[in-house]
Design a protein around this ligand. Structure first.
Ligand SMILES: *Cc1c(COP(=O)(O)O)cnc(C)c1O
Length: 466
């Protein structure tokens, strides 16, 4: 399988190189040159498979001959055995034909574990083969950092540096990062905000000379194709559990960087009958505004009760724009360069096509709290604020009640106790047993000034072979 850039100028790469590369050299994101397509008969034959067997069938065409089939199967078995539920992604029923798929049974209690548990193993496998080392550098507003650290803690060929804004992530989120032990794990609290962290990461990827050519940077955010790939699997899993592919499904997806929902769009293109995909955003609603009025325009960042979706621009949306423009990289490049200067629109017929593919809704904090409270009262089931946004949007946008509506449950409620309290629910969400002692564990992190030279110096001093 070959991968091409959404901006049309960077060289095509194979799976291994795509895994190790962040942005393409032309500033674009890598996407598969062509998608595998599965017949209904083939998908039907996957009924009853374990999660990791299904994952192999869905992902193998993307990995292709980069990893021998037996090694890849073994890797997937290991990856999905660390989840705390036998079904890996269990479904919980909310109402007739309405479901939540719990994607938070992994080590850090958010759906990002599905991809990052695999990414760590993929990186180590490929780096071992190449006798190579990488430094992962990432910025986090919460969930990505802990999932990446958990995913890479056992990697021999990877040092991981995660920047988070000092005193601006929740205590659970911080402790999930800073209490993980391992010589290759380095947490940096930056005296600045998330955008400052992200900017330093971006600039470092753009100019890696500070590493002196002795190692290279690798990306763990959802610009990394492998993360999207791993997220396609659970759409198939949910469908097969509820009578697919012989009936179609609807999904509602709490969305920030457009990674998770883009995976659903790919599942549909690969042959899975999906009749509706709902983009569910919080007040940071650039995607909803685009879907409603064909205007893609950056607004000020708002802090909400669903911090993992607090973004101003949605990086993976570029992958959809590439398809909407008939895979014309030059057109995407021009559009996104213009988008940094002000609002942009796309041709009407392309936008209408996007509206056929997706519905959308923006849910504010009050409606988020109302939904948490309502589901707790009617079902005795506690939603985290991100999942609550998905459920609310699903109900607002639903087109056909005979089609199962599945909201992706992106985080465990115990990660966001403040939002639960704010919704007026009196039950306290409990951390699962494997994390019950989180508040007693020793923390390790370094506070640094909001200054890229200082951060880069810290990295060059602390990576393993420095
Ligand atoms: C990352 C995250 C999201 C948003 O996912 P995207 O792939 O960026 O759209 C939603 N909910 C939670 C809990 C997350 O951690």
């Amino acid at each position: 399988m070959r991968y091409i850039s959404t901006r049309g100028e960077a060289p095509a790469l194979g799976f291994e190189d795509v895994l190790l590369t962040g942005l393409a050299t032309d500033g674009g994101l890598y996407v598969p040159e062509s998608l595998p397509h599965f017949s209904l008969e083939e998908i039907r034959s996957w009924r009853g498979l374990s999660y990791s067997e299904l994952a192999f069938n869905v992902m193998h065409p993307f990995v292709d001959d980069a990893i021998p089939a037996d090694d890849f199967r073994k890797m997937l078995d290991e990856t999905y055995s660390v989840f705390s539920h036998q079904a890996v992604a269990p479904l919980v029923q909310l109402d007739s034909n309405e479901w939540v798929m719990e994607l938070f049974r992994g080590p850090t209690l958010a759906f990002k574990d599905f991809a990052l548990q695999l990414l760590g193993r993929l990186l180590d496998y490929v780096l071992e083969k190449r006798k190579q080392h990488v430094v992962i550098m990432g910025a986090t507003s919460g969930d990505t950092g802990s999932a990446a650290i958990e995913g890479c803690r056992r990697c021999e060929h990877v040092d991981i540096f995660i920047l988070h804004p000092h005193e601006r992530v929740s205590e659970v989120q911080r402790r999930q990062m800073t209490t993980v032990t391992g010589d290759n794990i380095h947490n940096i609290a930056v005296r600045g905000n998330f955008d400052d962290c992200q900017r330093m990461v971006k600039e470092s990827f753009g100019n890696q000379s500070f590493l002196g050519g002795k190692t290279q940077l690798a990306a763990v955010n959802s610009i990394n194709w492998a993360r999207i790939m791993a997220q396609i699997v659970y759409y198939f899993q949910a469908s097969l559990a509820l009578g697919g592919p012989d009936r179609s499904m609807a999904f509602s997806v709490p969305t920030g960087n457009f990674g998770d929902i883009f995976a659903g769009y790919l599942a549909k293109k690969m042959g899975l009958p999906i009749s509706q995909l709902v983009i569910a955003t919080n007040r940071n609603d650039i995607l909803h505004r685009f879907m409603s009025g064909n205007k893609y325009e950056q607004h000020q960042l708002e802090h909400t009760l669903s911090p993992s979706m607090d973004i101003m621009v949605s990086s993976n949306f570029e992958r959809l724009l590439f398809d909407l423009h008939g895979r014309d990289g030059q057109a995407v490049k021009t559009l996104l360069e213009n988008a940094t200067k002000g609002p942009v629109s796309i041709e009407d017929y392309r936008w209408k096509h996007a509206r056929k593919l997706f519905d959308s809704d923006a849910v504010d904090d009050k409606a988020t709290c109302d939904t948490i409270r309502e589901i707790q009262e009617k079902n005795e089931y506690l939603l985290d604020p991100h999942t609550a946004i998905g459920v609310r949007a699903a109900r607002n946008c639903r087109r056909d009640s005979s089609v199962p509506m599945i909201t992706l449950g992106t985080a465990h409620p115990a990660k966001f106790p403040d939002a639960i309290a704010e919704s007026g629910v009196s039950v306290k969400p409990e951390l699962p047993a494997h994390m019950a002692d989180l508040f007693e564990r020793e923390e390790r992190y370094t506070v640094l000034d909001n200054n890229i030279a200082g951060v880069q110096e810290f990295i060059t001093k602390h990576w393993k072979n420095a």
